[in-house]
Design a protein around this ligand. Structure first.
Ligand code: NAD
Ligand code: UGA
Length: 457
C-alpha cells in the first residue's frame, strides 16, 4: 500500500501556476463540484470537457451562462471557455475516449428510507464510461461515496469492458460552497486513494501545479473514502457541540462567542466551525453524517457521536422555529421578516437549508403566519421548494416592513450592515431573533429591540 505525505505550509504558495503537460480531463456531472473543478483544471491549461445529463444546463453553459452562483466562478469560466480549454456536452462519447483522467462528480443523495448514500448515479456513470475506455485511463471519484464503492466501480468496469486499461481512484473533494474557487486553488490537502502507483502518478501529474505547495496524501482507496466521511462528520460534530454549548451558555449566563473564541485559541481545538447557529444544513453534512451512521451500523461499529449529532441537529431546527414563534405568541396573523434562505452565506444553494426547514416549521405551527423573506442570491432556488407559501422581497428593508419580528436565518455578510434604526422605523414590532449572531447585541438592545441571539441572554 502507498503511504506518503509531504507537508508544506499552504500560506507559502505562489500565485498561479500552469501544468507543464496538458492533460485531457473529462468530468461527469457539472454541478457544484463538477463545474468549479472543471474551471479550475482548465485554468491550469488542461483540456477539460464537462458532461451532464441535464440538457438545459449544458445549453446554458455552452452559451456562456454559469448555472450556479460561486464567487469568482463566472470570470474564470468565461475566460477558459473563450480560450478554448473548457467545453460542455451531453454526449459522454465525445468525452471519454480521449481522456487521460475521468472525474466522476455526480450526486450521491440519501436514500429516503435508509439514509444510506444512493449510488445509482455513480454506477450509471461507471456503466456509461466502461465501454468507451481505450488507452490507459484513470477514473477518479470526486463524489462522496461509501467505503468500498471504488472496488465496485472497478468490478463493474472490468465486467463491462474486460480489456479496459483502467485505475479506479478515490479523489475526495473538500471544497466548500461559496468558496469553491478559492478552495480549488488553496486546498489544505489533496487526498488520493490509490491501490496502484500508476494511478497515483497520473493524479499527481494532473495536480502538478500544487506540487510543493500543498499536502499530498496518498493512501489506500478505502482509507481515502473514509477520510471524506470522517472529515465531514467531525466538522458537523464540532458545530453541534458549539450549538449545545450555546444552549448551555444561555442557561448559565455565559456568552457562547466568547467561549468558542477562548476554546479556538487552543491550536489543538482550532477556531473554525465553532459558530453556533440554527443547526448545520446543506447538501453534504446532513446526508454524509447519515451515510456515515448507516455505514457504522452496516459494519457493526459504534458511531454514537455521529448519531447524537444527527439527532441533535434535527431537533435544533424545530427549537429555532419555536424560538421565533415565542416572540409572536399573542399576535394574530403574525408577520415575520426572514433574512436568508440559502443553507449558508455565499451560495444560492437551498438544499437542506436550515432556513427552509425553519420556515416550513413556522408555516406548519402557525398557519396564520405571513412570511416575507429576502436572500441576496437564493430566491429562485427557495421558490422551487416553498412556492408561493411566502413572499419574496428584493431587499432587507422591504422584508422588514410591517413585521412583528425579524429573523436572521443565514450568515450572509450583507446582513451585518443592516441599519437597525431604519429597520426599527419600518417594523410593526420591536423583536429580532438572530440565529446567526450577525447583528450587534449592544446596538439592538440600546435601540430598544427585544433581541434574541444564540448563546447569550
Ligand atoms: P449536483 O447535484 O450539483 O451535481 C451533480 C450533477 O451530475 C447534476 O448536474 C446531474 O445532472 C449530473 N449527473 C448525474 N448523473 C449523470 C450522468 N450519468 N452523466 C452526466 N451527468 C450526470 O451535485 P454536487 O453538489 O456537485 O455533488 C456531487 C458530489 O460531490 C456528491 O457526492 C457530493 O456529496 C460531493 N461533494 C459536494 C460538495 C459541494 O460543495 N456541493 C463538496 C464536496 C463533495
Ligand atoms: C462542507 C465542508 O465544509 C466541505 O469541506 C465539504 O467539501 C462539503 O461540505 C461537502 O462535502 O460537500 P459546505 O456544505 O459547502 O461544505 O458548507 P460549510 O461551510 O461546511 O457549512 C455547512 C453548514 O454548517 C451550513 O449550514 C453552515 O451555516 C453551518 N455552519 C458552518 C455552522 O452552523 N457553523 C459553523 O461554524 C460552520
Amino acid at each position: 500500500m502507498l503511504c506518503k505525505i509531504e507537508k508544506i505550509d499552504p500560506c507559502e504558495r505562489g500565485c498561479l501556476f500552469k501544468n507543464e503537460e496538458i492533460m485531457k480531463i473529462a468530468i461527469i456531472g457539472t454541478g457544484y463540484v463538477g463545474l468549479p473543478t472543471g474551471v479550475g483544471l482548465a485554468e491550469f491549461d488542461n483540456q477539460v470537457i464537462c458532461v451532464d445529463k441535464e440538457r438545459s444546463k449544458i445549453e446554458q453553459l455552452k452559451q456562456g451562462k454559469v448555472t450556479l452562483f460561486e464567487e469568482g466562478l463566472e470570470e474564470l469560466f468565461l475566460k477558459n471557455l473563450k480560450e478554448g480549454r473548457l467545453s460542455f456536452t451531453t454526449n459522454i462519447k465525445e468525452a471519454i475516449p480521449k481522456a487521460d483522467v475521468v472525474l466522476i462528480a455526480v450526486g450521491t443523495p440519501p436514500n429516503p428510507k435508509t439514509k444510506e448514500a444512493d449510488l445509482k448515479y455513480i454506477y450509471a456513470a461507471a456503466e456509461e464510461i466502461a465501454p468507451l475506455l481505450s488507452d490507459f485511463t484513470v477514473v477518479a471519484t470526486k463524489s462522496t461515496v461509501p467505503v468500498g464503492t471504488g472496488d465496485k466501480i472497478e468490478a463493474l468496469i472490468k465486467q463491462k469492458n474486460p480489456k479496459a486499461d483502467v485505475e479506479v481512484i478515490s479523489l475526495p473533494e473538500f471544497l466548500r460552497e461559496g468558496f469553491a474557487i478559492y478552495d480549488f486553488f488553496h486546498p489544505d490537502r489533496i487526498v488520493i486513494g490509490a491501490n496502484a502507483q500508476r494511478g497515483f502518478d497520473r493524479i499527481k501529474k494532473m495536480y502538478a501545479p500544487f506540487e510543493g505547495k500543498t499536502n499530498f496524501l496518498c493512501v489506500s482507496r478505502r482509507s481515502s473514502e473514509t477520510i471524506k466521511y470522517a472529515s465531514n462528520a467531525f466538522l458537523a460534530m464540532k458545530i453541534h457541540y458549539a450549538n449545545e454549548l450555546a444552549d448551555f451558555c444561555e442557561k448559565a449566563g455565559a456568552i457562547v462567542s466568547e467561549v468558542t473564541q477562548g476554546m479556538g485559541l487552543d491550536t489543538r481545538i482550532g477556531s473554525r466551525f465553532l459558530n453556533a447557529g440554527p443547526g448545520y444544513g446543506g447538501s453534504c453534512f446532513p446526508k454524509d453524517t447519515n451515510a456515515m451512521a448507516y455505514m457504522g451500523r452496516q459494519y457493526g461499529a459504534d458511531l454514537s457521536l455521529v448519531a447524537a449529532t444527527i439527532k441533535g441537529n434535527a431537533l435544533r431546527k424545530k427549537k429555532m422555529a419555536e424560538r421565533i414563534l415565542a416572540q409572536v405568541e399573542e399576535v394574530k396573523n403574525p408577520k415575520v421578516a426572514v433574512l436568508g434562505l440559502a443553507f449558508k452565506g455565499g451560495t444560492d444553494d437551498c438544499r437542506e437549508s436550515p432556513a427552509i426547514d425553519i420556515i416550513q416549521n413556522l408555516l406548519e405551527l402557525r398557519p396564520d403566519i405571513q412570511i416575507k423573506a429576502y436572500d441576496p442570491k437564493a430566491t429562485e432556488q427557495a421558490r422551487k421548494i416553498l412556492g408561493d407559501k411566502i413572499i419574496y422581497e428584493t431587499d432587507m428593508y422591504k422584508a422588514a416592513e410591517g413585521a412583528d419580528v425579524l429573523a436572521v436565518l443565514t450568515e450572509w455578510v450583507d446582513f451585518k450592515s443592516l441599519d437597525l434604526e431604519k429597520t426599527l422605523s419600518l417594523m410593526e414590532g420591536k423583536k429580532i431573533v438572530d440565529l446567526r449572531n450577525m447583528l450587534s447585541f449592544e446596538k439592538a438592545t440600546q435601540l430598544g429591540f427585544k433581541y434574541s441571539s444564540i448563546g447569550r441572554v
